[in-house]
Design a protein around this ligand. Structure first.
Ligand SMILES: C[S@@+](CC[C@H](N)C(=O)[O-])C[C@H]1O[C@@H](n2cnc3c(N)ncnc32)[C@H](O)[C@@H]1O
Length: 321
């Protein structure tokens, strides 16, 4: 790896700690700092989980990534990445997608940036990958020079940043002209669930993280119990509450309209608990309507190339004009 070449992409000095380049360790903003601490805790705990569980999650997430960003297959993503010289995985978490990109396209330099401590286990696990570098810092202030990046992938992250519109402007600034940003936001759900979700954005700051883990276990148990009922109900349309009618499994009905109580047998218990934790524990976790999602990109001088929408989220690829 050409360390000098990587350092030259930034407008600041980069300290090297345990094979991670450091731009910034902490935020001055209370919510961002709390969010970083929550993800540090989640990822460090999860990186110690058995490899089998991690692999099941990574496999599921990679297949979903192709759907979210309209790549027909892994080969299509590979071909796409091979046309890029520098890729940023913005908010890379444990770094398995950055590692995936780097393996698919060995001539591309892949930078994985995250504000949590996840970058330390990531750098250790993927140490041998020459074209991959992890960086600790804020994706809303990357310190990358203008127009340096040919693909920004920001998967399931931007809504955790303090001011997503500002983060979007930063992506637009660092992208080369005609290059793409792939990103994802949480979708707004029915009113009762939104009210509860919003409540937690504030109160989570005053609850000990042990208690948040405990609640995540309880919610996982609830999700499992409801799933095992295996009952479908006829739900009436309740427009004032944003509840959509139709035949629906009882766990899905509760999940989409009232409480996130994630349970997925294939992913396993620990992954399900950590999914519930990462929903309720961070104080930064905004949700969007489709219009708000698109508006954010037009404001940042990005044009739609692909849009994908599902109940949980909106995602797409957008071109820098
Ligand atoms: C739900 S995780 C997604 C991780 C990864 N993209 C994936 O798909 O596995 C959200 C990540 O965003 C990171 N994050 C939140 N705010 C950030 C910021 N301002 N700068 C960099 N990373 C941030 C968190 O630390 C966390 O690792």
């Amino acid at each position: 790896m050409d360390t000098k070449k990587i350092k030259a992409l930034f407008d600041c000095e980069l300290e090297d700690i345990s094979d991670v380049f450091i731009i910034s360790e902490d935020s001055d903003l209370e919510n961002q700092n709390q969010t970083n601490a929550i993800f540090s805790e989640k990822w460090i705990k999860y990186s110690r989980e058995e490899i089998k569980q991690q692999e099941a999650l990574f496999k599921f997430q990679k297949a979903w990534y192709l759907d979210l960003y309209s790549f027909d297959s892994e080969d299509a993503l590979k071909e796409y990445l091979q046309e890029q010289d520098i890729v940023l995985d913005a908010g890379c978490g444990l770094g398995y997608k950055a590692k995936w990109f780097a393996d698919l396209s060995p001539e591309t330099l892949v930078l994985g940036m995250d504000y949590s401590d996840s970058v330390f286990p990531a750098a250790k696990i993927y140490k041998g990958t020459e074209n991959l570098k992890f960086i600790k810092g804020d994706i809303a202030n990357t310190r990358l020079k203008d127009s340096t990046i040919s693909y920004v992938s920001c998967d399931q992250v931007i809504h955790h940043t303090e001011d997503p519109e500002k983060t979007m402007e930063e992506f637009s600034r660092i992208l080369k002209k005609d290059s793409e940003l792939a990103f994802y936001v949480y979708a707004k759900k029915a009113l009762p669930r939104e009210l509860l979700d919003e409540h937690f954005r504030e109160v989570t700051k005053t609850i000990a993280s042990d208690e948040m883990w405990e609640m995540s276990e309880q919610l996982t148990e609830l999700g499992k119990t409801l799933s095992e009922l295996d009952i479908e109900i006829d739900v009436p349309d309740i427009p004032l509450l944003g509840i959509k009618g139709g035949k629906m499994d009882v766990q899905r009905f509760v999940y989409w309209n009232f409480i996130k109580c994630f349970w997925n047998e294939d992913l396993g218990l620990e992954t399900s608990i950590s999914t519930n934790f990462d929903w309720y524990a961070p104080s930064n976790a905004k949700r969007y309507s489709l219009e708000e999602f698109i508006e954010m990109t037009t404001k940042a001088n990005l044009a739609q190339n692909y849009i994908h929408s599902e109940e949980a989220c909106y995602s797409g690829r957008f071109k820098k004009l």
